[in-house]
Write a protein that binds this ligand. Structure first.
Ligand code: GDP
Ligand code: MG
Length: 364
């Protein structure tokens, strides 16, 4: 549906798919699979891909923006004296400081791609429980329709208790991001996901599975504390299941990918109807807060200049009415591999503090 006209019809925006899931659930493989699915469509619809995992050794897809082009995670480990997880988090934080540029590049492509796909770091909490993860998610979601693809390792979630903890985790992410949510039961080539669908649809069936699973009953057949706790939690989850879509896929064979994209399209409509108004409201509030901070610092700058003038120092070179929004454009250093000279162009954000004559602060 390419439109070159300049009429008022709203342009179809791409949908951003943010993959989240436990380490090893198959996020990267899943991204690779949906990428090749989109390439093989007729006509092909290559997505715009962001890799946010600084520690991944090899990515099976060509990403347009790769965090590893900007931050050297090994170097972060050395410089800050951190272990692997701390370094991944710090790398993500460093990258987030440049995320406005990333968003600029994504928005530039918004008219030509149908999907923007984001692969996140292996360990789920680094993305879901960090300020950077929240900033990145919010920034993308307030710019284009966004859905969360929560990837689940189906063969590892067949025990009722494990299944429930995984669902509770998904639930917490849903309430944190407040975005349309798709449960992706991955690896269906190893373990079909019908048991999960049954448990989600049929409360009694899940209760039965819980009861027959060892350890939830004591010797006399009385239900233990664990059982009643799980019972109450599954009632909470029952509510949660009403709000989301579940699909089974195999990133290995490509099974179910078509259904996944149908769910994505349904979520786009949901985003526009339910999420956009809320996002616009929060964006306006954010902008207002930002404007207040700007006004405040302009006022303080004005005061400083007055002082300078009084001292007979600086001549006034600064026009307070000038628009200062574009001051960042000169140090554009996030790479879109398609636009810029590549390969071999590595920009080191790790050391950028040094050019200003100081080291990055290190933890004591
Ligand atoms: N059998 C099977 N294995 C899979 C599937 N998807 C991923 N894997 C395997 O799961 C492991 C972890 O995958 P990866 O994509 O690196 O997980 P990530 O940490 O979530 O990015 C790898 O060994 C993959 O080959 C699948 O659909 N079926
Ligand atoms: Mg990965």
């Amino acid at each position: 549906m390419a439109s070159t006209s300049h009429d008022a019809a709203p342009q179809k925006k791409p949908v951003a798919i943010i993959t989240i899931g436990m380490a090893g659930s198959g996020k990267t493989t899943f991204v690779q699979r949906i990428n090749s699915y989109l390439h093989s469509k007729n006509p092909p619809s290559p997505p715009y891909i962001l890799n946010l995992d600084p520690a991944v050794a090899q990515v099976p897809f060509d990403s347009n923006i790769d965090i590893r082009d900007t931050v050297n995670y090994q170097e972060v480990m050395k410089q800050y004296n951190l272990g692997p997880n701390g370094a991944i988090l710090t790398a993500l934080n460093l990258f987030t400081t440049k995320f406005d540029q990333v968003l600029g590049l994504v928005e530039k492509r918004a008219e030509t791609v149908d999907y923007v796909i984001v692969d996140t770091p292996g360990q789920i909490e680094i993305f879901t429980w960090s300020a950077s993860g929240a900033i990145i998610t919010d920034a993308i979601a307030s710019s284009i329709p966004t859905v969360i693809a929560y990837v689940i390792d189906t063969p590892r979630t067949t025990a009722p208790a494990t299944f429930m903890s995984n669902m509770l985790y998904a639930c917490s992410i849903l309430y944190k991001t407040k975005l349309p949510f798709i449960l992706v039961f991955n690896k269906t080539d190893v373990q079909p996901h019908d048991f999960a669908i049954e448990w989600m649809k049929d409360f009694e069936a899940f209760q039965e599975a819980l009861a027959t699973n060892n350890g939830t009953m004591d010797g006399d057949g009385e239900s233990t504390y664990m059982h009643s706790l799980m019972h109450s939690m599954s009632m909470v989850l029952d509510e949660f299941y009403q709000n989301l879509t579940a699909v089974g896929v195999s990133s290995m064979t490509g099974d179910g990918v078509k259904e996944f994209f149908e769910a994505v399209e349904a979520s786009r409509a949901e985003y526009e109807k339910d999420y956009l108004p809320e996002l616009q409201r929060s964006r306006e509030m954010r902008e207002q807060a930002l404007q207040e901070i700007k006004d405040d610092s302009v006022n303080r700058l004005m005061k400083d200049l007055e002082l300078d003038k009084a001292k007979g120092g600086l001549r006034e070179r600064w026009d307070p009415n000038e628009d200062d929004d574009e001051d960042d454009d000169s140090d554009m250093n996030i790479i879109d591999r398609v636009d810029d000279a590549w390969p071999g162009q590595y920009i080191d954000l790790t050391n950028s503090g040094k050019s200003m004559g100081s080291n990055w602060p290190r933890p004591a």
